[in-house]
Design a protein. Structure first.
Length: 151
């Protein structure tokens, strides 16, 4: 997988932690953890000042406090289906209500046609397959800035 921001490919420093075989010792800087892992181990993560990303599934209810968001380096929304618009709403809420200014990434079942709207709603980057890069970049570069759907 590659990370795309605008039409640029970024180096991905983050690594997902397998939730099946997970222990607190597995969490290192630039780990991607689930919300369950965050809620279970956030005190230790905060004490050790570990840089983590928390991944929310699109069908998961985001129920964290502002203090949680302040400690999370990056948020990832994993779309379980491209038809689910919940993460679009959640990102707008996180940006507006919690004033979250760090990176928010989209992953999972997302389409190039959704790219501009993802960015307009507050996503910073997307995680996509390398073979899809040209299609995503084309979608980004051909955006004319005229929108009929408010973000």
């Amino acid at each position: 997988m590659i990370i795309l921001r605008g039409d640029k490919v970024l180096k991905n420093k983050f690594v997902r932690i397998d939730s099946e075989k997970f222990t607190i010792d597995d969490i290192k800087d630039f780990s991607i953890i689930s919300t369950k892992q965050w809620l279970t181990h956030k005190k230790m993560i905060i004490e050790k000042k570990i840089i983590v990303s928390v991944e929310f599934l699109s069908d998961e209810i985001v129920n964290l406090a502002k203090q949680d968001f302040d400690k999370i380096f990056m948020i990832i929304f994993n779309f379980k289906t491209f038809k689910d618009g919940t993460p679009f709403t959640m990102v707008k809420r996180i940006r507006k209500e919690f004033l979250y200014e760090k990176e928010i990434r989209a992953s999972g079942y997302i389409l190039p046609d959704q790219y501009i709207f993802l960015l307009r709603c507050g996503f910073d980057s997307v995680e996509i397959r390398p073979c899809d890069r040209n299609q995503w970049v084309k979608s980004y570069q051909t955006d004319c800035g005229l929108y009929y759907q408010p973000s």
